[in-house]
Design a protein around this ligand. Structure first.
Ligand code: SPV
Ligand code: MG
Length: 430
């Protein structure tokens, strides 16, 4: 059998006892990395999950399972029987199941499936466990864990409770059986400001931004990366990072600009001033010093390519910021091609093989995740897409109502049924 659960309930015990009744039971414990291939990082680390199963008297042997596929284990151990709950007959694990059936046919052996116990108590227990991801102490450290466990972290912007729920729940089933979700959320300054009808110039004050972050955190569980603009005055930033840390935010990214900040996608079309790198490094150093946990991360965002200051400038700044204690570097570009970002990554990686690199591929958005990952990018942020997709839809609907003189014609076609949106919003206690 293979087990990945964080907690053991009578459903698990029951199925393991049934398996043990068939012979000597070996349990494969899924490693933390493998779990991340199909769901969130486990709350209980591998070693503890291992001890938990090993302590069960009816388990003869515990082994490490470091692939989702059963192939290596079947080839190495030649089991007479593989036991599994019958829930994998459909859904994302059905492919794994067929592979097991084929391999057992070839190598001799049998798949025995027991009904998967699901009752109200177990559902409630599993819901309770899941809700732990929202606890600030747990949520805060999740980004660091993801960075350790996954080649890259996939992030989507959220600027309200509703968009937070979209980022939290969006899921697609890929042809290869993989279930894809976003790992984390980005609270973009552009989207936060724009959704309030304000320009992206650090006009929305920190208290309002923190209200928005709270609004999103209240209804979601995924880790949060906050766009901290320039970080403002160092004297203020050292307080603001502590607030974010206490809330359970995982990271803040601040950009090395000073004075009136404008959105980076304007580039040199508007007047923007890059900060003195030593001063910016000092802002990071002092903010890191103010933190109380090692979970919270501060990323330095380099605007040299945006402001056409050249690759050498970007690399020089990266060195200063890393030495000041930055937990990672965000390299921004507004080119259609990723070439300058890739060049930066190659050169930066030469000196800093392990420092996370963040990219926001808004303009070079034809490049697939795999290619960004292959160039050493660890966090990929889709920075404004929920806002940009909602806005044209809203405008189209507003214009349709004006044109038709009622909302029952074209506008209605553009809208989802009220029931669907109501059902999308979870209700506590139901
Ligand atoms: C944001 O999303 O607010 C960003 C990214 O800072 S960008 O708009 O590309 O500058
Ligand atoms: Mg921004």
């Amino acid at each position: 059998m293979s087990v990945s659960t964080d907690i053991l309930h009578y459903g698990h015990i029951r199925i393991m006892q049934k398996a043990a009744a068939l012979g000597e039971l070996t349990v494969g414990i899924l490693t933390d990395n493998v779990i991340c291939q199909y769901r969130r990082p486990s709350l209980v680390p591998f070693e503890e999950r291992w001890q938990m199963i090993k302590a069960l008297g009816f388990v003869s042997r515990v082994i490490e399972k470091d692939t989702l596929s059963y192939r290596p284990i079947i080839e190495q151990y030649h089991p007479d029987i593989i036991v599994h709950g019958d829930e994998w007959k459909t859904g994302s694990k059905a492919k794994l199941r067929w592979e097991v059936i084929r391999l057992l046919e070839q190598m001799g052996g049998e798949l025995i499936e027991f009904p998967y116990t699901k009752d109200e108590n177990i559902n409630a227990l599993e819901r309770d466990v899941f809700r732990r991801y929202a606890i600030p102490e747990i949520r805060r450290g999740m980004l660091r864990r993801l960075l350790k466990l996954k080649a890259s972290v996939r992030v989507l912007e959220a600027h309200s409770g509703l968009t937070g729920l979209v980022a939290e729940n969006a899921k697609v089933h890929m042809c290869n059986g993989e279930e894809r979700e976003f790992d984390a959320m980005w609270i973009s300054s552009l989207c936060d400001s724009s959704s309030r009808g304000k320009p992206d110039i650090e006009l929305v004050d920190w208290s309002s931004r923190i209200d928005r972050i709270n609004e999103i955190m209240e209804v979601t569980t995924k880790p949060i990366i906050v766009d901290g603009d320039t970080g403002g005055l160092t004297e203020h930033f050292v307080y603001n990072v502590q607030t974010l840390e206490r809330l359970g935010v995982s990271a803040v990214i601040i950009e090395d600009k000073t004075g009136l900040k404008k959105n980076s996608l304007f580039g040199t079309e508007v007047k923007q001033t890059q900060a003195d790198p030593e001063n910016f490094g000092e802002k990071i150093r002092l903010a890191k010093h103010a933190l109380k946990t090692s979970d919270f991360m501060i990323f330095a965002r380099i605007e040299s390519l945006i402001l056409e200051q050249g690759m050498e400038d970007a690399l020089m700044r990266a060195g200063i910021y890393v030495n000041a204690g930055a937990d990672g570097i965000m390299i921004h570009s507004r080119q259609k091609s990723p070439d300058e970002v890739f060049e930066f990554c190659g050169k930066f990686r030469h000196t800093y093989p392990d420092i996370p690199i963040v990219a926001i591929p808004t303009t070079y958005n034809q490049i697939r995740e795999e290619e960004l990952i292959a160039h050493g990018i660890n966090i990929i942020i889709h920075a404004n897409h929920l806002l940009r997709s909602a806005f044209p839809a809203m405008t189209r609907t507003a214009e349709a109502i004006l044109r038709d003189g009622c909302s029952g014609q074209d506008a209605e076609k553009y809208c989802m049924p009220i029931k669907e949106i109501i059902n999308f919003i979870p209700v506590e206690g139901e």
